[in-house]
Design a protein around this ligand. Structure first.
Ligand SMILES: Cc1cc2nc3c(=O)[nH]c(=O)nc-3n(C[C@H](O)[C@H](O)[C@H](O)COP(=O)(O)O)c2cc1C
Length: 300
């Protein structure tokens, strides 16, 4: 039997929230086959699970979408708070962020900041055993400064019951740029007993194809924002023209803005919320439209 190759839409804070996901799913849900979407990380703030983050997961807009909430935490206490809240909200799957490179999070030991702390991860592994009804996964980098850091976690991660481990082959100090550390990723992957999902710089159907024999799936972030038809094109083996790709991009911008407009108060809020999407505009899109989008957030 052929092994199932998974397609996943990466979580991107401020971008792949319910409004974008619902627009993307409406446009490509039928063509792209099964795609798993992830919420941007849900966190504890002032001792409480952020209500706004939880609402993004419980929103009606997620209807019909295969959606997994992601959590970010610094220790077993925060982890339990988040997991209990999500279990109560009906989640059956939870993704654990061990990759966020944002320095304030890393300094506090969250995201990639957890990687140098096997003791804390071992505590969490123990807690996981108390939630047999939930399925967990990890999304991680190879380290904070050195890609060998992840190797220290091999035993603990292998002892966990996990659906998969998603790996972005960089260290936190690289943020989202610089070369992908592929040999170092291989070194780590070959020790893991879990399915591995590759994440990083996937922007064309050919990129996905080239990873399909080596990994159990791929997760695309910025590449999917710029080319929302990416998974649909891969799944149907039919590439869209550049013009069709840019139309799809503008289509989702439009959908996202019109859903957001119902929730936000006024033009200024909508404009601020939409501006970041234009950072990922496809290169074939008219430069004047992109400039206007970056300035006003909106496309008419
Ligand atoms: C603006 C932005 C926000 C992000 N937010 C999250 C997040 O909430 N959770 C997470 O695991 N990764 C987050 N990431 C990382 C992406 O999920 C992904 O790992 C990264 O962009 C590399 O994949 P790509 O090259 O396909 O974009 C974020 C990245 C960016 C650029």
């Amino acid at each position: 039997m052929e092994k199932e190759f998974k397609l996943m839409a990466a979580p991107l804070q401020g971008l792949t929230e319910a409004e974008w996901r619902s627009g993307h799913f409406r446009m490509f849900g039928k063509l792209q086959g099964e795609v798993e979407y992830f919420t941007p990380f849900i966190r504890v703030e002032k001792g409480e699970v952020r209500a706004r983050d939880l609402r993004d997961f419980t929103s009606e807009l997620n209807r019909g979408i295969m959606l997994t909430p992601q959590i970010i935490f610094k220790d077993a206490e925060e982890w339990k708070k988040l997991v209990n809240a999500l279990a109560e909200a009906g989640s059956k799957r939870i993704d654990m962020n061990m990759g966020c490179p944002f320095p304030p999070q890393v300094r506090k030991g969250r995201g990639a900041g957890l990687i140098p702390h096997p003791d804390i991860i071992a505590d969490i592994a123990e807690e996981m055993a108390h939630y047999p009804e939930l399925q967990f996964s990890i999304k991680m980098r190879l380290g904070v400064n050195d890609p060998k850091e992840a190797l220290e976690l091999t035993e603990i991660i292998n002892a966990m019951a996990l659906r998969h481990v998603t790996i972005h082959p960089r260290v936190a100090k690289q943020q989202y740029r610089g070369s992908l550390l592929l040999p170092e990723m291989n070194d780590f992957c070959c020790r893991l007993r879990h399915p591995v999902i590759f994440n990083g710089e996937i922007s064309t159907p050919a990129d996905i194809e080239s990873l399909s024999s080596k990994y159990d799936g791929v997760m695309a972030g910025r590449g999917l924002l710029a080319r929302p038809s990416l998974f649909a094109e891969y799944n149907s083996s039919m590439e869209l023209s550049e013009k069709e790709q840019t139309e799809a991009y503008l289509g989702i911008i439009h959908e996202t803005a019109s859903v957001l407009a119902r929730r936000l108060c006024g033009h200024a809020q909508l404009s601020d919320k939409m501006k970041p999407y234009w950072e990922y505009a496809p290169s074939a899109l008219d430069k004047k439209i992109v400039k206007q989008g970056k300035k006003s957030g909106i496309y008419h």
